[in-house]
Design a protein around this ligand. Structure first.
Ligand SMILES: [Zn+2]
Length: 277
């Protein structure tokens, strides 16, 4: 074999090894993995009584959604109410996700501060419903790749963003028109059932429940759509059981280091042993 072919094969091997065995960072999700799915996500709660009104609407439509909760509302003033709303969300089959504890701009925090922000919320959720969360949405939608890697390795969180924003906090809100505009991109080549959507709402607002109702009334009229949780949208587990002391058992880091080591040894053997080339 000529040395050029050898060189080519070595480079090819290194590239293939990196792709299959190297450390992988999963990117943030902006839509579902399958067409035809729509995941409604509600941020900044739980707020009482607004979150309960949203839950009533979801129940009426017999659909499940996802709630990115934080510690801003009710927690300090009425812990029992805070916890009972979290419990209701969980019991009715919806997904809870982390939106940090204080809803601050996380990119200015040190790693320790960031870890505390996420752990505080994770701990309250564990105490309340006895599970670990799997999805995270950074407050204000601001995050860096480094933060994404950190929340994945430390907490096992997937970063879930959105591709439809109802701007339900604005006066007037975009509301259901945001969905209508999204699905209006359809034509003969691109039907609504070919699109997948993660919609951004907020649940502690007076308009939250009426907008959820308006949205679901519209979505159920669009042929071929199915309203799902983020777990189904992203084909992931909704929750992870709490093991032992509470924190998630993380084997991912060690597993990854082992694979990288195997990768290195294989490349070395193939490079140094001329018989194998
Ligand atoms: Zn928020």
């Amino acid at each position: 074999m000529s040395s050029k072919i050898n060189e080519f094969l070595e480079i090819w091997w290194v590239l293939v090894s990196l792709v299959f065995w190297g450390p992988r960072v999963q990117g943030a999700f902006y839509n579902c993995t399958q067409p035809g799915l729509v995941a409604l996500t509600f941020d900044d709660g739980p707020g009482v009584p607004e979150t309960n009104q949203v839950l009533d609407v979801l129940k009426n439509f017999n659909v499940t959604a996802s709630f990115f909760v934080n510690g801003l509302y009710n927690y300090e003033t009425d812990l029992a109410r805070y916890k009972s709303t979290i419990t209701r969300i969980y019991n009715e089959g919806h997904q809870l996700g982390s939106h940090s504890w204080n809803h601050t701009d996380l990119i200015n925090l040190t790693r320790t501060e960031l870890k505390n922000e996420l752990e505080h919320l994770a701990q309250v959720v564990r105490e309340t419903i006895g599970v670990n969360l799997t999805v995270f949405r950074p407050p204000l939608g601001i995050f860096t790749e480094e933060m994404e890697t950190f929340v994945q390795s430390e907490f096992g969180y997937t970063v879930a963003m959105w591709n439809v924003d109802t701007r339900d906090w604005a006066t007037p809100p975009d509301g259901v028109d945001a969905y209508k505009a999204f699905y209006a991109t359809t034509d003969n080549h691109h039907t609504a059932a070919n699109l997948s959507c993660i919609g951004l709402h907020h649940d502690p607002l007076p308009m939250s429940a009426p907008l959820a109702e308006e949205t679901l009334t519209y979505l159920t009229q669009v042929v071929g759509l199915r309203v799902v949780t983020l777990a189904e949208c992203l084909e992931q587990e909704m929750y992870v059981p709490v093991v032992g002391g509470g924190g998630r058992v993380s084997v991912e880091g060690d597993h990854l280091h082992f694979l990288v080591l195997v990768n290195f040894v294989l490349i070395s053997v193939l490079t140094l042993n001329p018989n194998l080339r």
